[in-house]
Design a binder for this molecule. Sequence first.
Ligand code: CTP
Ligand SMILES: C[C@](O)(CO)[C@H](O)COP(=O)(O)O
Length: 221
Amino acid sequence: MVAVVPAAGRGLRLGADTAKALVPLRGVTLLRRCVDGLLDSGVVDLVVVVAPAELVETARAELPPEVVVVPGGLERSDSVRAGLDEAARRAPGAEHVLVHDAARALTPAALVGDVVAALRAGAVAVVPALPVTDTIKAVDAAGVVTGTPERASLRAVQTPQGFTVEVLRAAHAGALAATDDAALVERAGSTVHTVPGHPLAFKITTATDLALAAVLLEGLA
Ligand SMILES: Nc1ccn([C@@H]2O[C@H](COP(=O)(O)OP(=O)(O)OP(=O)(O)O)[C@@H](O)[C@H]2O)c(=O)n1
Ligand SMILES: C[C@](O)(CO)[C@H](O)COP(=O)(O)O
């Protein structure tokens, strides 16, 4: 199983002085934690990390030698495409691929196994998903509420997201930028299945998230 790790974002909402993937969390970078989670799952054979172009060597030095690091692009989908191209070169016969945000650094290895199991059971696209616990409002440009979607059918999706290589590459071919791979696959007409997500797979986006992750790690130790 091949995993592509988009890690080329700037982390503007976090506001650290380096790219978010290379920010340390209790002494270990988010990127290293994410890659260790994938390798610890026991179901991933090849990891392709997509890093900011000027930080490829820095990222490489952070990671086990068997992990491949390539430069990313301006948008997340550009980075995913760069990772998929490299994965195709390294593992031309691979049937499935995982895409996993470096920013989801505390993702339990068991969740990786759950996504892979769903792929092996025949799904062409799988996302971990959690029920939404807040009421969600739709608003207009002025911030005025225009509707309240019924919560029971809403899910917050996470990564790793799993796909057949064929379906994900076709969805990315010529697609507009999208932050979510599964959204591209949906638009291309394929069925996306869910498996239960995990609270620890949350995305570290803001300084509050990073502080929360540090506290959670202490609790888990
Ligand atoms: N051009 C990009 C943008 C994002 N990502 C990656 O996609 C994942 C999810 O993105 P997000 O958490 O939104 O990261 P950033 O784009 O870095 O955040 P921000 O929008 O705050 O700058 C991250 O692991 C990020 O490194 C990427 O590889 N290439
Ligand atoms: C792929 C993703 O992590 C699923 O939740 C998410 O769409 C990436 O988020 P971003 O913050 O919009 O880049």
